[in-house]
Write a protein that binds this ligand. Structure first.
Ligand code: BTN
Length: 327
């Protein structure tokens, strides 16, 4: 949103009654036709504005789009999301982020958030397609973590904890984390998280934390072909949510955990993750590209690996793969 549109929006919000084009043009020192042009821009962005020849302009309803201006109303972070780049539609925020990081110094992009209304080529874990229709929250957070590479799983954990906590805090819905990084409500998936890394030897260039949240989407609009049952926050909540407020809460919750990780407080993160785990103390089936087996998920180690006790008593340390609860 350009600065003039932002100023006009502020005037309309403050007045709470119709404001004439002339008054706005006097306040901002621009022509009435420039005001009219910006009002049209705002309407295109989804703001419902009444224009009456006699009375002027009146803001009826804010936009429901995830515009940076809207997220900023609620954002209480120090650096995550202080630069938000918005896309009406993009193949994948991950790809946009990769592009950005190859054109700019990732150090200057630390905390930058990309968010899209819809993705036409969203990518999930293990190269799977990730359906990203309008109404969801499809985001990539660019970070340059100051942590050892073998602790990077903690950044994913921080993302999972943030989404689960935000759902719990705002809607009082008991969201839980399924290892490695899915958020579930009951037995349905509501969010998935994916960390991508660019590194050389032990030096991290940047990390891309991709988060997909089925916020205001109908499960039937999601993956027809997906094996896992899916749900959305709006379905569980009984009505559409304020995505901007929710997203700002996720970013805040994430930033808090991320700072803990940079401070080396790994144990606290493991402890919180365990308290939100859907997986631990359950019988699970683990599927990796090489093998598949069942056992009891007994623990999460200090590197984020799942510890599974197989039926023959052997202990397996699982670092990646699919984990499905078994009845
Ligand atoms: C999973 O498979 O569970 C992880 C899904 C991650 C999806 C997010 S949506 C934003 C970002 N852009 C993508 O293309 N993927 C990630």
């Amino acid at each position: 949103m350009n600065k003039t549109a932002e100023k006009i929006l502020k005037i309309l919000e403050e007045k709470k009654s119709p404001v004439s084009g002339e008054e706005i043009s006097n306040i901002l020192g621009i022509t009435r036709s420039a005001v009219w042009k910006q009002i049209n821009e705002l309407k295109n962005m989804g703001y419902e504005i009444n224009s009456s020849r006699t009375e002027g302009y009146e803001l009826i309803e804010k936009t429901t789009k995830l515009l940076p201006y809207e997220i900023n109303r609620y954002l209480k972070t120090d650096f995550i999301g202080r630069d938000i780049r918005y896309f009406e539609s993009t193949p994948s925020t991950t790809w946009v982020a990769k592009d950005l990081c190859s054109n700019e110094d990732p150090k200057n992009l630390n905390g930058t958030v990309l968010v899209a209304e819809e993705q036409t080529g969203g990518v999930g874990r293990l190269g799977r397609a990730w359906f990203s229709p309008k109404g969801g929250i499809w985001t990539t957070i660019i970070i340059k973590p100051n942590v050892p590479i073998d602790r990077l799983f903690f950044v994913t954990m921080a993302g999972s904890i943030a989404v689960a906590r935000a759902i719990r805090r705002m809607f009082d819905i008991g969201a839980l984390i399924k290892w490695p990084n899915d958020i579930y409500i009951g037995d349905s998936k509501v969010s998935g998280i994916l960390l991508e890394l660019s590194a050389e030897a032990d030096q991290i260039h940047y990390c891309l934390l991709g988060i997909g949240i089925d916020a205001n989407v109908k499960p039937e609009d999601l993956q027809g072909g997906m094996k896992t049952p899916v749900t959305s926050i709006s379905v569980e909540n009984g009505e559409d949510i304020n995505r901007a407020e929710f997203f700002a809460t996720v970013l805040r919750e994430f930033e808090r955990r991320y700072e803990m990780i940079e401070e080396g407080e790994f144990e606290s993160i493991v402890h919180e993750w365990k308290s939100l785990s859907l997986t631990l103390e359950k019988r699970v089936r683990i599927t990796t590209p090489r093998k598949s087996f069942e056992g009891e998920a007994i623990d999460l180690d200090e590197y984020g690996a799942l510890i599974v006790k197989k039926d023959n008593g052997m202990i397996e340390r699982v670092i990646s793969g699919d984990c499905t609860p078994v009845q």
